[in-house]
Write a protein that binds this ligand. Structure first.
Ligand SMILES: Cc1ncc(COP(=O)(O)O)c(C=O)c1O
Length: 408
């Protein structure tokens, strides 16, 4: 615990350049066998003076490939310097942010979709390998508000998908809903359950009460594995609501998805998959024999610059700085909600969340278009959301409200 400490810009720079110096140097070493190189030097600057102060851009130019998983066994030794930084990112996320004790594996995935697929793939293989389960005996369960990547996972991995209904007022799931969903799945021959619980949903920012799942599954003596989808909420909710048990302090939570390219404002390609030690091997592809350490991930080759970006953001803020950032966004969201209440606009906000979802019937479609509000359904919208990100300032919200007043 407490690996996460704020660093100065100079310390960050030193650490990244020292990591890059431990990676392969394509210019000065005789590296002949890898189908990889630095970025093309006719197209991308290699020696521009500003690069000395730009550790992320320098990493892009060095172009490390972080193929595989670096928290277990061996990995491609060509890129060991920056892989070490990725390992630190995984530990900070699992231990400092998600309160895990013990050991964890994980990697920087292409995004939340891949990390969710990686989880479902791991548990599907576990049930097949350890329990002799057939595909038609394994079910994926989420709430009706879960991200569509769950539907993708069910399709790609060929297991049935069941949705637990949510209360339309507060977007919550209930024990009765979980019980009914499990019963109908069991009725259809499902014996093994993969649960994806939400730590802030895409449209409503709501968080599932994890006990609704675990109490019922335990009561019914059902075999289950539980993954948390924190793609949206993983870098927000643990700070906004510090006392919570949708993290690794809960023994039922076996793996978690986070996305640094959402709230953390990292470049795209920075999903994070985290799992307790001892599970990653269910997703091993033994045929990856030319990769040193083999490949336990869905993606294959991936840029090491993504891990560097996450590490730099985490180190620039430190835990207190990041907490303050989420607090500001949360306060701004409260301000917006007060303005909506004054105007009697019907909206949903999960406590402390930075998403406000308004009933479409209160809003002029032209206003929604002008301010880039996102609907739940582009064909027929019931809801539109505002996501209070860094760039969504009070001034911009004021402009939206002023236009609302004029148009209504
Ligand atoms: C809750 C949730 N899970 C998963 C995803 C998928 O993430 P990505 O688009 O990075 O694949 C999203 C994206 O919005 C999300 O909100």
């Amino acid at each position: 615990m407490n690996k996460w400490k704020k660093l100065s810009q100079q310390e960050i720079r030193q650490r990244i350049f020292s990591a890059l110096s431990e990676n392969v140097d394509y210019y000065n070493e005789n590296i002949l066998g890898v189908p990889a190189s630095h970025l093309d030097d006719k197209v991308f600057y290699q020696n521009a003076p500003f690069l000395e102060d730009a550790p992320f851009l320098s990493t892009l130019i060095h172009n490390p490939n972080h193929i595989g998983c670096h928290t277990l066994g061996s990995s491609e030794s060509f890129f060991k310097g920056t892989q070490q930084i990725e390992t630190e990112v995984i530990r900070i996320c699992a231990e400092d942010i998600l309160k895990g004790e013990g050991e964890f594996d994980g990697y920087v995935a292409s995004g939340g979709t891949e990390a969710n697929l990686q989880a479902v793939w791991t548990y599907r293989n576990y049930y097949q390998q350890e329990k002799g389960a057939g595909l038609d005996e394994i079910a994926l369960i989420t709430s009706a508000d879960a991200h569509y990547s769950a539907a993708k996972a069910s399709d790609v991995l060929q297991i049935s998908f069941y949705k637990v209904p949510v209360n339309q007022e507060d977007r919550s799931i209930s024990q009765e809903g979980v019980r009914a969903t499990i019963s109908s799945a069991r009725h259809e021959g499902k014996k093994y359950f993969i649960v994806l619980a939400n730590m802030m949903t895409t449209m409503f920012g709501s968080v599932d009460d994890i006990h609704c799942y675990t109490d019922v599954l335990i009561d019914l003596s059902v075999d289950f594995k539980l993954h948390v989808d924190g793609a949206y909420g993983g870098f927000f909710y643990p700070f906004a609501r510090q006392e919570n048990d949708i993290n690794f302090s809960n023994p039922h939570v076996n793996s978690v998805t986070l996305d640094a390219h959402k709230m953390l404002q990292a470049p795209y390609g920075t999903g994070i998959f985290l799992i307790r030690k001892g599970w990653m091997h269910y997703a091993n592809t033994e045929e990856a024999s030319y990769v040193e350490g083999q490949d336990f991930t869905l993606i294959g080759s991936r840029s090491g610059a993504n891990a560097i970006a996450i590490w730099m953001i985490l180190m620039t803020y430190g835990p207190h700085g990041w907490f303050e950032k989420t607090l500001v966004l949360s306060h701004r969201t409260t301000w917006l909600c007060e303005q909506l209440e004054e105007r009697k606009i019907d909206y949903f906000r999960y406590p402390d969340a930075n998403i406000v979802t308004m009933k479409a019937s209160y809003l002029n479609p032209k206003l929604c278009k002008k301010y880039g509000l996102v609907p739940d359904n582009h064909e027929q919208a019931d809801w539109f959301k505002i996501v209070v990100m860094d760039h969504v300032t009070v001034e911009k919200l004021e402009a939206f409200l002023a236009d609302y007043d004029t148009m209504s």
